[in-house]
Every structure is written in C-alpha cells, then in structure tokens.
Design a protein around this ligand. Structure first.
Ligand code: MN
Length: 508
C-alpha cells in the first residue's frame, strides 16, 4: 500500500503528485517555491541526517494530497524559509505575492511558542485559534508540518521527542477534531501515541496484530456478499472497503471496556459508499434484511450529525458465522468531509465538477454556502475563495476561560453570553467580569482571544431583565427570561387577571 504521507520525498515525487492532483494547472509557482526553499535550507540537515529540504517537500505533498488550493501548497513548501534562513518576508512577497507570504508569516509566528506543559497549553491553544480565525489554511499547514515532524521523531533527542508528541496529542489532535478532520486527527494521535505511552502502544499493537489478519479475510468475504445483495436490490455502489480503527482511538475505547478486545466491535468495519442519501437508507434496509442488527447500535448520523459535523449511518450486525461487525454507510461527499473536515471546503476542484454541500452543522460553513449561492458559477466561487480573505470564522469569536477552554460565540457577544455558555448557574449568578485581567462591565462586547473570568455570587445575585438589552445568544436570552422574574412577579402569574390590576387605573 502506498503510504499517505511520504517520509523522504524528492522533488520528482512532489511534482508527480502535484500533476496528479492538479491536472492542467500551472505549477510554475510551486517550482519556484521549491527552488527558493532548496536554496534557503541548503547545507542544513534534519536530526536524521537527511537534507532539510525533504521536510518542506513532505509538507507540500501532504497539502497536495488533501487537494488544498495551490497557494496553500506553495506556502507549505516555503513554511520554514523565514525561520531558517536570512530570506525576508519582503523578498518572498516580491516572488510569491501577499497571500502566500502572509500564510508563511503566520506559520512562522505559530512556531515561536514552545509547549512547556499544562501552563503553556492555554496560550498555545489561544494562538492556534487566533491564527485559525484569521486564516484556517495556516492551521492545515501546521498539521502537515506536525505530521512529518512526528513521522521523523525517532531521530530527535529524547526530551524534545516527548514534548512534541505530547503537544500533538493534547493540542493538535483536539483542534483537528474541532475542524472535523477525522483522518488528520487519527494520524496525529497514532503517531504521537507510541512516544507518549510507549508501553500501552506496544500492548495495543500486539492486540491488533493478533486479530487483524483473520478479520481482514472475513471482511473480504462480507464485501462480496454485500456487493451481490446491493446489486440484486439495484442500489448503486461507489465503493465497499474495510477500515481498521485508529490505534489511539482503539486504546481509549479499550480503557472503557475493561481492556477486553472481544468487547470492541468496530476494530474493523465495513464501509459502504453509495451515491445519494436515499441510497444510504436503502443500503441499510438491504443489510438489515440479510443480517440482524444489534439492539441500540443503529446510529443515524445523517439525520443527526455529530457535533463536529460527522455524517454516516452506523449499524452493528450479527453477520456470517454469528460474527459481530460494524457497518458504516455514507455518500462519497460525506466521506470526504468526515476525513478532511474543514479542509474539504478549501479543496481545489476541477472546473465544472459539482461542489459538495457545505456542512450544515458548523455555523461558519453557512457563510461559505452563502457565497457559493450568490456567485453561482463554480469557477468564480473558487476564484473568490482564492482572493477573498479566507476567514471561515467570520461572525464567530473564540473566547477563553482562565483554564484555556475555548468558548465559541457570535460576534459582539458579552460576558453574560459567555457566562451562560459555560453553565446556566454561572450565568444566573454572575455579578461582574474580568477581561484579560481587567474589570469590565457585563455588556462589554468580547473579542477573539479575550480571556474572560466571570465573578459570581450564589447567594445574592440573580439575572437582571436589563441584560436582555445586550445579550447576543439565544441561550442567554431564553435563560434570563425564565429566571429574571422577581418572586413577586412569579406569584402574580398565578393570580387571576383582575387581581393583577391592583393599584393601577386606566388613566395613569
Ligand atoms: Mn516545519
């Protein structure tokens, strides 16, 4: 099997892949980027002893494999040039333009904060989210950079090795998850796992090796049966394949199941891709006619996607010979979106090919959908995305708790919205806020990157109806409305209408 992320790629490999991924595109900018990077890193070596240029080349290849737009690949090729050589941003700007140069500058800036354990975690996360809020493409470059660094971690000194792996597991993987990039997340987690928990890693690998060969033969048998059944039912099929669970996610699942691998039913799964949503449901019907589903194991993530946008039908069935097996059914568009998430929306697409439906569960995707609708023509849409500041988080801000948790709010949200986003009780009893260590009023509009500390008083405070004048979230509004009534108002609501008029005359 061809590795997804090559370890020591050459320029030839990069351009073979680029020509495959971007048929007919003009690659001269990428050629120039390769030449500039090769000159800038000339004489430099990786810890492994390899010439440094293999690293940006591998990063550019990863980005090309994700089929991101070409300027992102060019920026990936150049991503370490500013940090590693006397080349200046102005020089890059002359050669590659403002868009590419700014991506390179952002990646460089992100690299300057070193992970120093939990206390630096919030700061790192904050920077990542800020970079993302400005240009999510920068984060894709960081992921590609990190994946190659993890792949070549063996050569890195012990102490540094652990730090990088831990940071990847605790910082990069959750962000990939947040961006619904399931494949990238799994890759980052699996590559880090062996360095962060070496013993556990060896144990899980041993478990899997014992099972996998036999399971894969069994899957092959099921694949043939499913293909035949679907053909008989005239359901069109795109592909049927087996998938093996990522190691780290298997490890986490084992911990929930007494470390007993026989309790894990999705170590391998059969994945069926069919053209449309109705084909998905038809396929589920065909499967359930042939094999009995396990109770409570049918999950419709198409009608109800996971919070990160993941869509698929899952069912676990008693298949041939009484074996229990998970089956996942989805369209190719859902599959692409599940694997690459946010990145799928930044992909280069051949003109004329129908674009996918933007993910409905992530609010910022609506903006992209809107542009798409307004522009109509697919090619023009792509051009607009290229030139537009690729700010997928327009209208959203990311604000932090003092512990570094990220709260995602609409623009101009206030400390009260923030308090209710944390917990209803925090909202109900909030008395004041500190924004970036300064006392602030409860109606001050928040900005991305603010660290907000809510002060509460459980005994005395309760929500004020005045807050309704400035809150921005539906959540805060509805909770204030239901809590803000004074005890007297509350009692009054039980009285007949006549009694409520007490003390008031018609003329007043
Ligand atoms: Mn790098």
């Amino acid at each position: 099997m061809e590795p997804k992320y090559p370890l020591k790629p050459t320029a030839e490999e990069l351009f073979i892949i680029a020509r495959e991924q971007y048929p007919g595109a003009n690659l001269s900018l990428l050629e120039r980027a390769y030449a500039v990077a090769a000159a800038a890193h000339d004489g430099r070596k990786r810890y492994s002893g390899d010439p440094y240029i293999i690293h940006p080349t591998a990063v550019a290849i990863s980005l090309a494999k994700m089929r991101l737009a070409l300027p992102v690949v060019v920026a990936g090729m150049l991503h370490d040039v500013l940090e590693d050589s006397p080349t200046s941003a102005e020089e890059l700007r002359k050669d590659f333009g403002d868009d590419v140069t700014r991506m390179v500058e952002s990646v460089t800036k992100l690299g300057t904060v070193k992970y120093r354990g939990v206390e630096r975690y919030a700061e790192n996360l904050r920077r990542m989210f800020l970079a993302m809020a400005q240009d999510v493409r920068v984060v894709f470059i960081k992921f590609a950079d990190r994946i190659h660094n993890l792949q070549t971690l063996d050569a890195v000194p012990e102490a540094k090795r652990r730090r990088i792996a831990l940071e990847s597991l605790e910082l990069y993987a959750p962000i990939a998850n947040r961006l619904s990039m399931g494949e990238i997340r799994g890759t980052i987690e699996d590559l880090s796992f062996r360095y962060v928990f070496p013993k556990e890693y060896t144990w899980v690998v041993g478990l899997v090796q014992g099972q996998l060969n036999q399971k894969q033969q069994y899957l092959e048998k099921l694949r043939a049966i499913v293909a035949k059944e679907l053909a008989q039912a005239s359901v069109p099929v795109s592909t049927i394949s087996g998938r093996t669970k990522h190691l780290y996610s298997l490890y986490k699942k084992l911990l929930q199941h007494e470390r007993d691998i026989t309790k894990i039913h999705d170590l391998v799964a059969l994945r069926i891709l069919v053209p449309t949503v109705s084909d998905c449901y038809a396929t589920l019907g065909v499967i359930h006619q042939r094999w009995k589903p396990l109770k409570g194991r049918i999950k419709d993530y198409i009608a109800q996607p996971k919070p990160n946008g993941y869509q698929s039908l899952h069912t676990t069935v008693f298949a041939e010979d009484g074996e229990i097996i998970e089956i996942q059914i989805r369209t190719p568009e859902m599959h692409e979106s599940n694997e690459y998430g946010a990145a799928a929306h930044w992909q280069y697409t051949e003109a004329g090919k129908r674009s996918r439906r933007p993910d409905k569960t992530l609010p910022w995707m609506h903006d992209i959908a809107k542009i798409q609708k307004e522009v109509g023509d697919h090619k023009e849409f792509l051009e607009k995305l290229e030139t537009l500041k690729l700010d997928v988080f327009t209208n959203r801000i990311f604000v932090f708790t003092p512990q570094g948790d990220v709260i995602d709010l609409p623009e101009d949200a206030t400390p009260v919205d923030f308090a209710y986003a944390i917990h209803t009780e925090v909202g109900n009893h909030c008395t004041g806020a500190r924004i970036n260590d300064e006392i602030a009023t409860l109606n001050r509009p928040l900005k991305s990157g603010d660290v907000v500390d809510i002060m509460t008083d459980k005994k005395r405070s309760r929500p004020s109806g005045d807050w309704l004048k400035f809150v921005k979230t539906h959540n805060a509004r509805s909770k204030i409305k239901s809590e803000a009534k004074s005890p007297a108002d509350w009692l009054m609501s039980f009285l007949p209408p006549a009694a409520k008029k007490s003390g008031k005359t018609k003329d007043s």
